[in-house]
Design a protein around this ligand. Structure first.
Ligand SMILES: Nc1ncnc2c1ncn2[C@@H]1O[C@H](COP(=O)(O)OP(=O)(O)OP(=O)(O)O)[C@@H](O)[C@H]1O
Ligand SMILES: [Mg+2]
Length: 245
């Protein structure tokens, strides 16, 4: 028991300090609750951006098989191969969550390498050409939560540029100043009405799609950062600015 516990204080006739402790405790509890809520939101986003996408992919391939019984064995086995690959990816992601709720290699790899690898992976999966550059070196000691957030946000921005901009090449630039990491994704594609898209408050959920920009916005808000998206006829520029601490 600590010397400042309420029972020892009151025995000596000093004013009880108990009222202070519950307040401190409730502040701490509130802090913990806020952190738990933040973690929960991140888990939801990670599940949407990871395994849910892969399981949808697998399901739609299975629908192809169900609705096209005329498919020859060879074609059917190609589709089944895709189903297996999607499910394997989903399983890998879920294992990561269960293991440590985070991709373990993120802990030790520098942020610049993580972002670059994501870009290279995106290029090989989609055939897009992405001009990736580091305008300044990125610091070595970046918190894990920032690495995971930036990875997910960039993943969505790359996907959007490839899926919606109507271009096959675009650029990603990352830099750091003393207090922030800044990542900018710029495409010279068809552009879109950002305010209109973000205004739609209907809860479309995962099945309805259009979850990506809101997910980016939420992730940036959780990290106390800033997200700016400007878009028009000349294309789209997405800028993510996250504080280092
Ligand atoms: N770089 C871009 N160029 C053109 N249009 C874009 C771009 N990024 C987003 N959009 C538009 O904004 C819409 C909303 O994007 P958002 O990422 O929220 O949803 P989505 O990509 O359609 O679905 P998902 O939930 O799988 O991300 C897109 O459907 C598209 O019309
Ligand atoms: Mg999207």
């Amino acid at each position: 028991m600590s010397p400042a516990s309420p029972s020892s204080s009151s025995r000596r006739g000093r004013p009880a300090r108990a009222p202070v402790r519950p307040r401190r405790a409730s502040l701490a509890a509130r802090g913990l609750l806020a952190a738990a809520e933040r973690d929960l939101q991140q888990i939801i986003l990670d599940i949407h951006d990871g395994p849910v996408q892969d399981i949808f992919g697998a399901l739609s391939q299975i629908q192809v098989l169900r609705h096209r019984p005329e498919l020859q064995t060879g074609d059917a086995s190609v589709v089944l191969g895709r189903v297996a690959a999607s499910l394997e990816r989903a399983l890998g992601e879920i294992r990561n969550f269960i293991g440590a709720f985070r991709p373990p290699e993120f802990e030790r790899r520098p942020l610049g390498a993580i972002l670059e690898q994501l870009v290279v992976q995106h290029e090989s999966l989609t055939g897009a050409t992405v001009d990736f550059s580091l305008a300044t070196p990125l610091p070595d000691d970046v918190p894990l939560s920032l690495k995971i957030s930036l990875y997910r946000i960039l993943q969505e921005a790359l996907a959007n540029a490839t899926r919606h901009a109507g271009v096959t090449s675009f650029e990603v630039l990352a830099r750091a100043d003393r207090r922030h990491i800044v990542v900018r994704v710029r495409d010279r594609g068809r552009g879109f009405n950002v305010a209109k898209v973000l205004k739609k408050e209907i809860d479309v959920g995962v099945a309805g799609g259009h979850f990506g920009l809101r997910g980016m916005r939420d992730r940036v808000a959780i990290m106390n950062g800033k997200l700016s998206i400007s878009s028009g006829r000349g294309g789209t520029v997405v800028t993510i600015r996250l504080p280092l601490s």
